[in-house]
Design a protein around this ligand. Structure first.
Ligand SMILES: [Zn+2]
Length: 338
């Protein structure tokens, strides 16, 4: 295996992203991995609308801090290409390994947050991660982490708007007059476990009418499973691959969900699906952070144990090596399950 292929696999990069070359700086103990986009393998996609468009130019090289390779600090460097979108103008394409504007890869951010939660002390975390205290401070805040609420709200709005559209249709008005009252707002927006028996019976009857509202509603309900991707119990986990696992599961779930949601052809649901697609990195980061917190609780116990054993360590550097050695799994690349 060549060094470029090794790093391509370690970073979990897929075509059209490629590792062009590796720079090793022994004196500074640093590895620099240069990544390029192969235009012949895939068209450039606009980050706003996902449409393919013509190449515009390459931006100046940017650098992201990644997980260490052995004891070497590892950086990823790339000139991200820009696209000329007919609708949105010149845009830099999205890189799959980071959030927009972040100076760290997603894998590094997950690891850093786990270390931060486990040590509880920013200065210590900074030394373990070989970051400046300022860099550590911006870490968790730097990411847009999406919680359930706004997403549930978008989806509930789509259900409600569809309901209003359908309410205007004549045949449904007739249905409502007949006493079935199918389109009462609250029933559609309520969670099924909160419905009374009577409401549930009515609800089941309504679903058989094949109303568009009930289809949109079922997509809203199905999306809850996104937040269960890669769920873990604190303290019962193998620390290494969990973050990547949840992100991959989440990504796969979202792919299926949005494909089916778009296939329904409901304009309100389509809008939400596209909006969520735009925020997918943030959504996946949410899964990653949530999991990191669970991992961190288990990790903290292990660090305390090493600390107890490490009373003899004079220097923090040795303590750091001990942690990285005993919890070495964390230092491996989280894409290994791919
Ligand atoms: Zn565009």
């Amino acid at each position: 295996m060549t060094d470029t292929e090794l790093y391509r696999q370690l970073l979990g990069l897929a075509a059209p992203w490629q590792v062009s070359h590796i720079e090793l700086n022994i004196t500074q103990q640093q590895v620099r991995v240069h990544v390029t986009y192969d235009f012949y393998q895939a068209p450039l996609l606009c980050p706003e609308c996902g449409q393919a468009g013509p190449y515009y130019d390459l931006r100046e090289e940017r650098t992201w801090r990644h997980l260490d390779s052995c004891q070497f600090q590892t950086f990823l460097g790339a000139h991200l290409p820009r696209i000329q979108c007919p609708t949105h103008g010149v845009k830099t394409i999205a890189a799959p390994w980071c959030e927009p504007h972040s100076r760290f890869t997603l894998a590094f951010e997950c690891f850093a947050i786990a270390v931060l939660s486990a040590t509880g002390v920013q200065a210590k975390a900074a030394r373990l991660l070989r970051l400046s205290p300022t860099q550590v401070q911006v870490l968790p805040k730097a990411q847009t982490v999406h919680d359930r609420f706004p997403i549930a709200q978008y989806l509930a709005d789509a259900v409600d708007k569809t309901r209003r559209d359908e309410n205007r249709a004549d045949e449904n008005r007739a249905l409502a007059k007949a006493g079935a009252s199918p389109l009462v707002k609250s029933k559609w927006l309520r969670s099924p476990e909160k419905l009374t028996d009577k409401q549930r019976a009515l609800f089941t009857a309504l679903q058989s009418h094949a109303l568009e509202t009930s289809k949109v509603w079922s997509f809203k309900e199905a999306f809850r499973d996104f937040f269960c991707a890669g769920s873990v119990e604190a303290g019962s986990v193998e620390a290494g691959s969990v973050e990547a696992g949840s992100v991959e599961e989440g990504e796969a779930f979202f792919g299926n969900w949005s494909e089916q949601a778009l296939a329904l052809g409901n304009k309100h649901l389509t809008k939400v699906a596209q909006r969520l697609q735009d925020h997918l990195p943030g959504l996946l980061a949410y899964l990653c952070h949530r999991t990191s917190n669970a991992v961190a609780e288990g990790l903290n116990g292990q660090i305390q144990l090493i600390k107890a054993r490490a009373r003899g360590f004079r220097q923090f550097a040795q303590f750091r090596i001990a942690i990285l050695f005993f919890l070495g799994k964390l230092d491996m690349n989280p894409h290994k399950t791919r």
